[in-house]
Every structure is written in C-alpha cells, then in structure tokens.
Design a protein around this ligand. Sequence first.
Ligand code: CDV
Length: 361
Amino acid sequence: MAAAREPRLLTVAAAQLGPVTSLDTPREEVLRRMTKLLDEAAEKKVRLVVFPELAFTTFFPGYVINDSEELASFFEPASPSDPYAIVRSPNAKPLVDKADELGIDISFGYGERWTAEGGKVTDYNTAIYYSAARKRCIAKYRKIHLPGRYEPDTRPGVTQQLEKRYFTPGDLGFQAFRVPGLVQGALKSGHVQGLPDPKDAEGRGDPILGMLICNDRRWAEGWRCYGLQGIELLLEGYNTTAFAPQYEGSNEEQEQEALFHHRLSCQAGSYQNACYSVHAGKAGTEDHGSLIAGSSIVDPNGHVIAESKTKGDELVFATLDLSKCLKGKERVFAFEKHRRVEHYSRLIDQVGTEEPALLSE
Ligand code: CDV
C-alpha cells in the first residue's frame, strides 16, 4: 500500500459573475461587484480567487463593433517593458489593491493589446495570475483555441461570436508555474540535496498551476500539456453561450446541453490529468445573449466538489488537499508513465480529419 502523504491544504474559489449587461456598463460597477466577492472570500479564508474570462466587461465578442476607438476601450495596453500594465490600470487596480489588502491571490481574464518591440500591435484574450505574496503578476496565459467567426453572421437576430475577428491565437503555449505562499511547508530547491532521491521532491513543492480560457477547456491537448508538467490546479474563466436562436432545440434544451458539455470537459480534464480545477463563468443574460452558469471546482478524480447555484454573482469555494493529486499520478492509470509516444505523431502533425480510404464494393 502507498504511504499516506502529508496533506497540502488550500482553499480556493471561483468568483462567478452575473451578467455585465451592456457595452457601456460602467467599469466601477463591475469592480465593486468583484471586490465584494473578494471580501466574501476573505471571510471564508480563501487564498486564491479565479474570475471569469474578459471579467471586467460584457462579452464584447458577442457584438459587431466597427468603431476602432470603441473597440480599443475593451483592451488594456501592454508591452515587453510593462507586460502586466493591467494591474495599474484604473480598470483593474481597485481589484488588485483589494487582493493585496486581503492577502488573496487572484486570476482574471481581460483583452490585452500587446505592442511588441518594433511596434507591431496584437490583441489577445488573456488571463493573468497575481500573487499577493509577491505583490506582482507571476504568470500570463493567452487563449489558444479561439472560437467563433471573423465575419459577422448576417442572418437577422442571430447571436454573434466574433473572437476570431477581435483576437489573435495565444503565443505563450501551456506553461505551468509554481505559486509561492499558498501551502505551508512547501519544499524549496535548496532542500533537494538532502533527499535520498530527487524524485522524492515530486508533489511536495509549491503548488503547480496552469491556466486555460473558456473554449480551451474542450481540448484534451492543452490539459495534457499541463498534465505532463505535473499540474495540481488548473484555473479557467469562461463566457459560454447558453442558447442562441440559430441553434437547434429549445432554449432550455440548449442550455442543459451546454452545461453538460462544460461539466464533461472539466471533469474529464481533471480526471485524466489527476489535478484539481477551478472554473469561473460569467452567467445570465447580457445584451448580446445568454451565458451558462455552472462555475465549479473539480477534484482529481473528476468529481464536482462545489458548483454555483445561481446565475448571479456567487462565490463557489472549497478546501483542496493537493496531496490527492499524487494518487492519480502514482497508481495503475498513471497517464504520464505509460504514454506510447511512438504512436502519437498524428496529434502534433495534423489539423483536420484524414479518414481511412473508402472501401471497395
Ligand atoms: N468564450 C468562449 O470561448 N466560448 C466558447 C463557445 C461557447 C463559443 C466555449 O467553449 O464556451
């Protein structure tokens, strides 16, 4: 029998937001709602709060925005000399200040307008991780699997999804990172020399985290890239359409199906990579359409251990024992040990389907 591991406890939360109704909903109003959720998190002794994709605004890719100045107002500037400028922007600073005051780490999504050296400007759908212990951002993720269309759907009354129009696919890959200050007694690099085998350090350092944004959670490839870095906690923010007039089924049927696929992706990803995951959605009816709720926390066995009960602002929280991630990584299914990479080339070489040849009569 495997020896019991020391518990590595961490209380985390998904901060579900209700609708941010329109393109001109004041940012201060949204920031007030978000900081209120942080206050509630502090009361519950939460150490990390995850907010949704594009958290501070309505889901603007649901609208056709032709005015470049108006579109620019949904993006936060950044550049190699100031990659995390967002934390000083009046559109986010009150939230970061509150996180600092309460000593809570936060992760949130926003539109990022990146000006590279040489002046090239690229817009990304981005999420960052802010460490209250370090008082700075320690990780950034840019959404890789962008859904939707470039050209608006011209059929009358349809719900638009224009992420391909407004964003470029992320260029940072799936880079896991360790977070300081979240679990007690974490092993540091200086301690490894004292261990009989360096492998004994596995699962005992500061927690290993990664981020995905919305549609990314449906791709097993992203989860696996993180799984192969020993991820213990995956963070994901989303804005997922509940129903749209152009799709089949009643509104109720579509919403149930959307929730089912959301849960399926989150539970399968966590189980197959033996990690916890936190999923924070923006929910309810915004001017462009309706969004599912279902903000949740999933354990390494794929069980949903906490889930939102409303479509409004709601803190969904749970205490995790990160040592439980090791069980899935050590037992017979251990996905990372028994991989047969000689058979996986299709996974990195191919986009689209290549069916087997047709049969003869
Ligand atoms: N914002 C998203 O990425 N939405 C996608 C779908 C609904 C277009 C999602 O996977 O939830």
